[in-house]
Design a protein around this ligand. Structure first.
Ligand SMILES: Nc1ncnc2c1ncn2[C@@H]1O[C@H](COP(=O)(O)OP(=O)(O)OP(=O)(O)O)[C@@H](O)[C@H]1O
Ligand SMILES: [Mg+2]
Length: 250
């Protein structure tokens, strides 16, 4: 469903190449994990896919369900079914969490030519999903992410994901700063969303997260490229030996 071919990306303001020919295919129904050393370009890849400013694609392509996404505005990408959970979720002061989610859900429905969700229906659905993620009513009313703890922000992102029902979910280091219970909760939230028509790209440093979210495919990114692809055993290998052997293309 996601096809990235020979993607080259540089910083807009500087002549600095960050992605240097990424090739990656994520199939529907599969969970792909990307691991790799700090600064190898993992977050950059997710930013470029979501349409963040500041990056320039100099070569290559990326399509979602056959549509070229690199030419789309960020909101068009979202409407096309892409969701990105950030490494550092943003705070939106003054906008209630629930209001934000309802606008987001309805904006996407509208863009897809579907009917808006009524407020009663929305309330029912969000309450159910929030309960599964142990997010209380108070957190739903507070401004988006403002004053949320790291773990609460992450759980809130999974709630957004559950409400938006995207086709492709990209999670960037969802395990950073999560305590063991929160990691389990987040993983269960992700696992509950696994479905034959949905793909996942999970960026992580830790085998620990992958114990809970079992990946089908593991990729190693190093210096702006995918240097190795394998099964879950590749994550174990990283945990034991680090990236040194893999970096050298062994
Ligand atoms: N706006 C920017 N200005 C300067 N350098 C940048 C910018 N964005 C990315 N980079 C550089 O690009 C490289 C890749 O960064 P990126 O955040 O994608 O790495 P990462 O693989 O996600 O690392 P980590 O595992 O630490 O999260 C880094 O060297 C980073 O400093
Ligand atoms: Mg990163």
């Amino acid at each position: 469903m996601l096809e990235i071919k020979n993607l080259h990306v540089k910083l807009e303001d500087e002549d600095k190449a960050i992605l240097k020919g990424v090739d990656l295919t994520v199939e529907a129904g599969k969970v792909h994990a990307i691991m790799g050393p700090n600064g190898s370009g993992k977050s950059t890849l997710s930013y470029v896919l979501s349409g963040r400013d500041g990056y320039e694609v100099t070569d290559g392509s990326a399509t979602l369900l056959g549509e070229d996404i690199l030419d789309m505005e960020p909101e068009e990408r979202a409407a096309a079914g892409m969701f990105l959970a950030f490494q550092y979720p943003v705070e939106i002061p003054g906008v209630g969490n629930m209001t934000f989610l309802r606008s987001a859900v309805n904006a996407q429905r509208k863009a897809r030519g579907e009917e808006e969700m009524s407020s009663t229906e929305f309330l029912k659905v969000i309450r159910e999903k929030a309960k599964d993620l142990q997010i209380d009513q108070d957190m739903l009313k507070r401004p988006v992410n403002v004053g949320f703890s790291g773990g609460e922000k992450k759980r809130n992102e999974i709630l957004q994901m559950a409400m938006l029902e995207p086709k492709l979910c990209i999670l960037d280091e969802t395990d950073s700063g999560l305590d063991v219970d929160a990691m389990k909760l987040v993983s269960e939230g992700v696992n509950a969303l696994r479905s034959p028509d949905r793909g996942f790209l999970v960026i992580t440093h830790y085998q620990r997260l992958l114990d809970h979210i079992k990946p089908d495919v593991v990729h190693i990114m190093s210096d702006g490229k995918i240097v190795k692809t394998g099964g879950p055993e590749l994550a174990m290998e990283v945990e034991t030996h680090g990236y040194q052997d893999l970096k050298e293309g062994a």
